[in-house]
Design a protein around this ligand. Structure first.
Ligand code: PLP
Length: 356
């Protein structure tokens, strides 16, 4: 049976990425060796990381003065690395969910944190809008897509003269945004780019070197900028896979084309949910709804059918649609690699279940 992969992360990758990565595990760059067993200092791997850097810059339209970094430790490591490198006195944070709160907790280890707004009062089912970023902050941090709650900030926030930092783990490469407004962007690769094990960071070189504290070598962005992500052994295989995804993104026409398709997929699914008598979306404001992670639940009168729907969906080849435990219900993640065909299959599956 054909499987439809709605996992939130690690998540679906393009067949192009999977096939080319599998081939390189057997024979990489005609070396007669597996990519698993070659030096990261070989000229063949240097070419991989150089091309990956260049493609990230091209696809996201990154201006001069920024470095693309491939790091370990996941997006969670960036929760401490960002404040360590950028926070002297005070930072502003927007609290829009579990990942944002985890980032806040780490930032507090390095200075004052002003949580400018939070949507915790409604279990994070909306994006706070009426807040001002104090201009004495070293930077303002926000999470562009809240993977767990299915909310998304699709417009670059207005922060005045304050530096801007974003966790874009689960929506990078799904929409156009203006990199020049940011000083640091980071994301774990396992949602829209590669298998788990590498974190992409895009940093404005000029933003570094302004904090007073002593930084451990590995946690200093400047180390990785200087050494082109090769200070130590980088995650070779995930970077190779990321390169395949980036080539694929370029091949299909870039971020603009991906964004159109992503919006069409999300609109179709939200429409099916909004027009159904059994399901309801957990995010009421349409403008706050994520196009990457669509969260929905059973209406109260059908609540006891939740398990039955999960079993039915499973029997139809739907994988990974159980909602996060903090939200319950269902979550369908519609990352770039998910074809429209899978959205159609899920919509059909919901309709069939309602008929039964
Ligand atoms: C998945 C996720 C993270 C955590 O990523 P790790 O690589 O597992 O540390 C952080 N932020 C967001 C928005 C995520 O979706």
């Amino acid at each position: 049976m054909k499987k439809h992969n709605f996992y939130a992360g690690p998540s679906i990758l393009s067949q192009y990425t999977i096939k080319n990565t599998a081939a390189a595990v057997l024979d990489f760059a005609d070396m007669g060796l597996s990519i698993l067993e070659i030096s990261h200092r070989s000229k063949q791997f240097q070419a991989v990381i150089d091309e990956a850097d260049a493609l990230v810059k091209e696809l996201l339209d990154i201006p001069a003065g920024y470095s693309v970094l491939w790091l370990g430790g996941g997006a969670s490591m960036q929760f401490c690395m960002a404040p360590m490198n950028l926070l002297n006195k005070k930072a502003g944070y927007l609290d829009t969910g579990v990942w944002a709160s985890k980032a806040i907790k780490e930032a507090r280890l390095f200075g004052d944190v002003d949580v400018v707004a939070s949507s915790k009062d409604k279990n994070y089912n909306y994006i706070p809008k009426d807040y001002v970023v104090p201009q004495d902050c070293d930077y303002f941090h926000y999470t562009s897509n809240n993977t767990i709650y299915g909310t998304e900030i699709r417009k670059d926030p207005d922060v005045g003269n304050v530096r801007l930092v974003a966790d874009m783990s689960s929506d990078i490469f799904s929409r156009k945004f203006d990199v020049s407004k940011y000083d640091l962007i980071y994301g774990g690769a396992q949602k829209n780019l590669a298998p788990a094990g590498v974190t992409l960071a895009i940093v404005r070189d000029e933003a570094l070197g302004h904090v007073d504290r002593v930084l451990p070598t590995m946690l200093d962005y400047r180390t990785h900028v200087k050494k082109g992500s090769m200070f130590n052994t980088p995650p070779v295989l995930p970077i190779y896979a990321a390169l395949q995804t980036l080539r694929y993104y370029k091949e299909v026409g870039g971020v603009e084309v991906l964004e159109k398709l992503d919006i069409a997929k999300a609109e179709k699914l939200y429409e099916a949910i909004d027009s159904s008598r059994m399901f309801v979306a957990t995010v009421p404001n349409h403008e706050d709804r994520s196009i990457m992670n669509v969260c929905f639940v059973m209406k109260p009168e059908y609540a006891e059918l939740e398990k039955a729907f999960l079993e039915f969906a499973d029997s139809k080849g739907m994988v990974g649609i159980k909602g996060h435990r903090d939200v319950g219900g269902f979550r369908a993640s519609l990352y770039n690699a998910l074809p429209m065909e899978s959205v159609d299959a899920l919509v059909e599956c919901m309709k069939e279940f309602q008929k039964k």
